[in-house]
Design a protein around this ligand. Structure first.
Ligand code: ATR
Length: 262
């Protein structure tokens, strides 16, 4: 019988996870069935319990349940503890385990582009859950300085205060979008601006060599500006594949090659 996996969210119809995991399975010769699971907004825990009670092996968690998944787990990886959000669940000896593969997915996607992270100065725009999940993996991969810029400056300051002790080797700082300035190796857009169709305007005094958009699937004014300046950029599909590969590896012990799926 094939191993059963699911991605749980609300909404869930748009998810590309089943398609990715079936492609990995075909490449690696693993027999699995990966389905979409719509949970009612007040029914996340019941849906997870029901899935694992009926021989489910692993679950990915997407919007808006990643924080609830974090709270539900009895065992968490270090990076999930720091992210305070979980996107990958599995059961081991009756204990619900959780991990967060989003940050490593971003790191792997950046490496697949042959952009270096070693000793880099990075600007992350946004200070929500998406930013929280990627700071620790970026520093582990070599980032030296990270500036977190946010429309609401206090949220960026709070995130820096929360995360600095988890990444003692890196220098974190906060600023507002009005204060954006200086030179960076890489700028990452971790805001939800493109998802809501809002423009994000970067000042000319901000210079950078690479641009990564984390919100895949919608037109992004951030990417448009990078392209207009002829700066190498990526619209986020690699991160989506990267986080899926990392989850596939946790569950199946085999790691597909990211570049095969871009
Ligand atoms: P996520 O979990 O995806 O990070 P979130 O916690 O809602 O979602 O955070 C969304 C981020 O996008 C926030 O940093 C938000 O800025 P504020 O903290 O000021 O709200 C940012 N954001 C959303 N729309 C934006 C816009 N139009 N311009 C700039 N930043 C925006």
């Amino acid at each position: 019988m094939s191993k059963l996996f699911a991605v749980i969210g609300n909404p869930i119809e748009h998810s590309r996870s089943p398609e990715l995991h079936h492609a990995f399975a075909e490449k690696t010769g693993i027999d699995l069935n990966y389905v979409k699971r719509l949970a009612p907004l007040d029914g996340f825990t019941a849906s997870v319990n029901e899935f694992f009670a009926h021989n489910g092996v692993g679950m990915n968690v997407t919007v808006p349940f990643k924080e609830q998944a974090f709270a539900l787990c009895q065992q968490l990886t270090e990076r999930a503890k720091i992210a305070k959000a979980v996107n990958t669940l599995w059961m081991e000896n009756g204990i619900l385990h959780g991990d967060n593969t989003d940050g490593q997915g971003l790191v792997d996607a950046i490496k697949a582009l042959d952009w270096t992270l070693e000793n880099t100065d990075i600007l992350i725009i946004g200070a929500g859950g998406a930013t929280r999940g990627v700071v620790y993996p970026l520093v582990k991969a070599g980032a030296k300085k990270i500036v977190i810029a946010n429309r609401t400056r206090s949220r960026a300051e709070q995130l820096v205060a929360d995360l600095q002790s988890a990444v003692p080797k890196a220098e974190l700082s906060a600023c507002s979008l009005d204060e954006l300035d200086g030179q960076f190796d890489l700028v990452i857009n971790a805001t939800s601006a493109s998802l809501t169709g809002d423009a994000l305007i970067l000042p000319e005094t901000l210079t950078f060599h690479h641009a990564y958009e984390m919100a895949y699937g919608k037109p992004s004014s951030f990417i448009d500006q990078a392209k207009a300046r002829q700066i190498p950029s990526s619209e986020g599909f690699g991160m989506l594949v990267g986080q899926a590969i990392e989850a596939f590896y946790i569950w199946n012990g085999v790691r597909p090659n990211l570049k095969d799926f871009l």
